[in-house]
Design a protein around this ligand. Sequence first.
Ligand SMILES: Cc1cc2nc3c(=O)[nH]c(=O)nc-3n(C[C@H](O)[C@H](O)[C@H](O)COP(=O)(O)OP(=O)(O)OC[C@H]3O[C@@H](n4cnc5c(N)ncnc54)[C@H](O)[C@@H]3O)c2cc1C
Length: 573
Amino acid sequence: MRPRPQPVLFAIDDDSGVVHALSDDLSRRFGGDFRIIGESSAAAGLATLRDLADDRVPVALLIVDHDMAEMPGVDFLARAHEMHPLATRVLLAERDYSVRSPVIQAMTLGQADYYITKPWMLEQDLYRIVSGFLAEWAKSHQTGFELFHVIGRLQDRGTYELRELLTRFSVPFAFHAAYDRRGRRLLASRGLDASRLPVMIRHDGYTMVQPTPAQVVAAVGGTTSSDVDECDLVVIGAGPAGLAAAVYAASEGLQTVVLEETVSGGQAGNSPMIRNYPGFPQGISGHELTRQACEQAWMFGAHMVFAQPTVGLECRDGEHLVRLADGQRVAARAVIIAPGIAWRRLGVPRLEALVGSGVFYGAAGSELRAMQGHEVFVVGAGNSAGQTTLHLARYARRVMMLVRGDSLERSMSDYLTREIKATANITVRLHTEVTEGHGSSHLEALTLRDRQDGRTEQVSTVALFVLIGGEPRTRWLPDTVQRRHGYILTGRDVVRAGSHPSRWPLDRAPLPLETSIPGVFAAGDARYRSIKRVASAIGEGATAVRLVHEYLAGGLPDETPPAEDDEDHAEGE
Ligand SMILES: Cc1cc2nc3c(=O)[nH]c(=O)nc-3n(C[C@H](O)[C@H](O)[C@H](O)COP(=O)(O)OP(=O)(O)OC[C@H]3O[C@@H](n4cnc5c(N)ncnc54)[C@H](O)[C@@H]3O)c2cc1C
């Protein structure tokens, strides 16, 4: 058998001095495991990459200077990536912290996965960041032990959801289409056929047909029922808000039970790349961030229960009873509700795979400037879609609004529709839906369908903003928890007067994140007036725990300023 060729770290820059320095630095640290190839001309570089592809030599990293004379770096990256689709794309650019830096646009549009600035001052810094890129590459591209075989149909929703669940639970698995040879053979080995899919086969032969989330979680060793009947705190939802609450509560000595409907991570766990979380300039996978937080909560002693929706909450005489879907009840001294929002999704698998790489759910913020000079699309017809369109029109060459219905006026405020009509570079396309996305590493085109005549058309673009609304996941809550449009009211928003049973019952005012039930707090997206960002959800989860302490202690004394004669703070001595 031919030995597996060493994977390649490929670097290219017009300046041969930079290529030599980079190749030398990379060789010293990574030369044992990788072959380092440096080039200083685009034509020669593409020819080398073609040869490597022909010889089936894997390329792990493509490090490409942004400013090459023969070809822009992002174009070189795109062509190189076509030949080596599994390679991680790194843009090399001059250190420039201004908004004009090419790195900003390339990263936002998903034309590069990471960046390195030059000159890099310290070898150790280069090694640290390149090691990070390689760890990500190895995780997604090197095969290892597979705990499960999943056999299903690629386009089948059940199969998609099962693969999603396993990925979010970090379970290694191999997928086989039911109609390919391996898939058919695996089904036959268990006496099954393709009439009921998906099928999941564990390494020890244990087989499940159309498994429920609870069966999947149990099969990988997760807990699906609570063996605790009484505790200090129940946290409902294990997204960023619930996980942060669990980490702080458990680490501060509260006996904590976390109840999660599926697996941990929430919306953030679905985000391939979160670029605006403080401290991660290259971005961080939402899955990785929440997976680590979940593990941290567990390490501090939080009791994590998965695949177990909370279906009810009762409060009597200061005791809070949380009801689980399996009929069990957990009594808690305090509760933090963090169930998030069910965002409506387009449901196009290719577009879901490109979230963060040209496909954006929610209002454009940090992405705005990167749209300079491009034609971009917005899906939605509500006020947030209108506001996003107007924002984008200040930067993009042209903004196309895609609306399924026959008018904007029906769903959008009058002042917005008038402004949209008066803006020259905005076009509104009615009766139109997005049915497909195109592009392997970043969005390149969309297929649009006219809902009146059924005709389809493919349009090129670099960005699609989806604003089709969502609903807070709070329908299961009792009426005693005050809500507005489904969002949970807290603190000063809680209505205190009136005769309704949801009226605040105490003389003291509710604490800042406290709901209309004393001792029940809300955090994250489902809270009325929340910010709807990962960092703010985490901040609210942590803050809610502090308020739980305050509630349990019957109020904390005011923070006392340092005494005047405190020698650490004395001035002028
Ligand atoms: C596609 C997309 C991309 C995004 N990208 C970014 C980004 O780049 N940067 C950023 O800052 N923000 C981003 N956001 C927003 C961010 O993900 C949310 O603000 C954040 O996840 C909110 O956290 P949360 O804990 O409040 O809710 P969620 O993340 O929604 O978590 C709620 C959890 O509660 C569980 N749950 C719901 N109901 C129940 C119940 N009855 N019982 C038990 N459990 C329940 C859910 O299963 C879920 O796990 C993005 C959102 C989306 C949809």
